[in-house]
Design a protein around this ligand. Structure first.
Ligand code: ZN
Length: 658
């Protein structure tokens, strides 16, 4: 997933199922989902009962793999439909079914008989040993080793937590808030932007909160009060429903940790990550803070001066507000570096940009993308097969598939993420499939949207180029604080002149930026690093605080911590209600974005400045991407780099020295 945005924090079709199913999808419409759901649960329970009946380890890992393929092959596509189906009926049916299937995961990993079979297995080769270890951890963390009464308590907690997470995401997806603004209040916005908005009977523009609408508005709207109103609405997405869900989750996570005898959820959760402990994360965050603190202060002072000169006042007489930040940053970028985010869209047409990331991946990893005309859940969605590249560059053997669902629509997932559709497994010759759900501008991309596309594509490649024996360790199924490294590393290809020149290969008629313009683009990107990383630091510190010690009100902790930041807390805003990350797998893990980036930027050094070096690309594919979660990340990075990783490149990046 793309990290929480640092800006301000960041057609209904028929409900009938498609005639044919999209590749990897066992069901589509609401009716099919409802019919298949009970049967699916029953089949899983039968598989589980059969596995429990067998004695001794036998082929337990193969059995688990078969079960994982069955459950993932149903739940993952369902999760895509919950977040992307065009009709509300299907989204709700998918959510209801996922809620119904939730208890199975705890039933499976609380089975003492299965635990005993896995325990008894003498695994000899590294992939088997690694999968066995993962299963043991799952059993331990789901309560298989606890006494029966505590096992029941864990089951109730886990089941409720999973349901809360589904509800939180759904509430966020269904936000349909708009802010009505007069033509004078949208002054500063491009004609394209204005033409794309709906109007009410009085001629007011209805400003929705999806990224392509919200981002440019906050960067370009001249009217400060209009920016304030839109920003407030964005901060309060799902506030009426989600804060209560988050508080409940915090209480449950704390209870869960205590059942296992850990002081808090952070301690319980971090022992399974690269970081290992809350202290290690706190130390890391402290060094981030001290690196970016002054940079942030300097940048904010520049913004205040810009605001003052715009208003014809002395800097001491103006107050910098949160809804000023993007706007003033863009003004400085335009004036100082001649970078206009809206003008960039002409150079990065969306289709050409998609072709660009694919061509880069083809060159680096020796693969080919071929678009296939298959059934999809919405006309915007495209499907590509990923194939090996033959000796003459022709498409060869099938590797996997990627769906692209890139533009916003009502009821869709509001952020940017690579969803799984099907995990790969060498054991059963199953090809992996990924789906990118993003909210990009369909006409052309700005700098950050191009980075978002390459970022999510990096996740998709991690999933699709995986060659693990077991589906549970496929591609992105790595330790959470490593999962962002391949995607963050791939962002670099959207920044360097050498790689950006590849765009001309897929779009000869596209206008190209000159070297000087690209240099200015790079310089403009550096301006704002202090503000950006100070914000990332706040998110990560907030997340760690929420999951350390006794549970406290999520909003109260936020008000206090954001209140201590340079720009302060704006009363009446309830941002944690839309911080989907800490209800969607990044709980006690938001530091992962910066932690992974240390490794991402260090791995980049292996290219020695030549981002199109296919030899390094092939090695990266083989060591990092193909291994997925079957080996410890530290070991993979060391093998790829031929040395221990270090954080030099990361600190150079976040202080703008790179
Ligand atoms: Zn990501």
């Amino acid at each position: 997933m793309k990290g929480p945005s640092t800006l301000a924090a960041l057609a209904i079709a028929a409900a009938s199922p498609l005639a044919a199913l999209p590749p990897g999808f066992p069901v589509t419409g609401a009716h099919q989902i409802a019919v298949r759901c009970d049967e699916e649960l029953e089949q899983r329970r039968k598989m589980l009962a059969n596995m429990e009946r067998r004695a001794g380890p036998g082929r337990i890992l193969d059995e688990f793999n078969a079960l994982a393929i069955r459950t993932g092959g149903f739940d993952d596509p369902l999760s895509v439909l919950q977040n992307a189906a065009p009709d509300e009926e299907t989204r709700s049916a998918a959510q209801a079914c996922l809620e119904k299937l939730v208890p199975f995961a705890t039933e499976l990993f609380q089975s003492p008989r299965l635990y005993a079979r896995v325990e008894a297995l003498k695994a000899t080769d590294p992939q088997d040993q690694s999968y066995r270890r993962l299963l043991i951890e799952n059993f331990e963390d789901t309560g298989a080793t606890l006494p029966a009464d505590k096992r029941g308590q864990v089951k109730a907690i886990e089941d409720e937590l999973n349901t809360l997470s589904l509800q939180f995401q759904q509430n966020l997806n269904e936000v349909s808030t708009t802010v009505a603004l007069s033509p004078a209040e949208v002054e500063g916005l491009s004609e394209d932007w204005r033409n794309a908005r709906k109007r009410d009977a009085g001629g007011n523009y209805l400003v929705s909160l999806d990224y392509p609408t919200y981002g440019p508005f906050m960067e370009s709207a001249l009217n400060a009060d209009a920016r304030r109103r839109v920003w407030m609405a964005f901060q309060n997405r799902a506030a009426d429903t989600n804060l209560a869900l988050l508080d409940r989750a915090l209480a449950l996570r704390s209870e869960l940790a205590q059942v296992y005898g850990f002081p808090d959820f952070a301690t319980f959760s971090l022992r399974r990550k690269m970081a290992g402990s809350p202290q290690a994360v706190a130390d890391f965050l402290l060094s981030v803070k001290s690196a970016v603190d002054e940079v942030e202060a300097r940048e904010l002072e520049e913004l205040r001066q810009e605001k003052a000169s715009l208003a014809g006042l002395a800097p001491a007489d103006v107050r910098l507000e949160r809804w000023d930040v993007s706007f003033l940053q863009q003004r400085i970028k335009r004036n100082r570096f001649h970078v206009d985010q809206e003008a960039l869209r002409r150079y990065f047409p969306t289709d050409a940009s998609i072709g660009f990331v694919m061509r880069v991946a083809e060159k680096l990893y020796g693969i080919r993308f071929v678009r296939r005309d298959v059934a999809v859940w919405h006309p915007d969605v495209r499907y590509y097969e990923v194939l090996e590249q033959g000796a003459k560059g022709e498409p060869g053997a099938l590797i996997g598939g990627i769906y692209l669902d890139l533009f916003p629509r009502e009821g869709k997932f509001t952020h940017a993420a690579a969803f799984g559709v099907r995990n790969g497994s060498v054991l059963t010759a199953q090809h992996p499939i990924k789906a990118l759900l993003c909210n990009l501008n369909s006409k052309g991309l700005n700098q950050s949207e191009l980075e978002t596309l390459t970022h999510e594509f990096g996740h998709a490649l991690h999933g699709v180029l995986s060659k693990t024996r077991y589906a549970d360790q496929s591609g992105t199924a790595v330790r959470l604080d490593f999962v962002e490294a391949p995607s963050q590393m791939f962002e670099e290809w959207a920044r360097r002149e050498q790689s950006l020149r590849v765009l001309a290969e897929v779009c000869p008629q596209c206008p190209a930026l000159g070297s000087e313009q690209l240099e200015q683009l790079a310089a403009a990107r550096k301006f704002g690093m202090g503000v950006q990383y100070a914000r990332q630091w706040l998110y990560a510190s907030y997340d760690l605080a929420l999951h350390s010690g006794a549970p406290r009100s999520a909003l109260a902790v936020w008000e206090q911590m954001e209140g201590a930041s340079r720009l302060g807390h704006v009363p009446g805003t309830m941002f944690p209600a839309s911080l989907g990350h800490i209800m969607g797998g990044y709980e006690a893990g938001l530091y992962s974005y910066m932690w992974s980036q240390v490794l991402a930027l260090d791995m980049l050094s292996a290219f020695h400045g030549d981002l199109l070096d296919a030899k390094v690309g092939r090695r990266y594919r083989h060591i990092i991407l193909e291994s997925g979660g079957s080996r410890p990340p530290q070991e993979l990075v060391e093998e790829f780099l031929g040395r221990k990783p270090n954080s030099d490149a990361f600190y150079a990046e976040i202080t703008g020295r790179r």
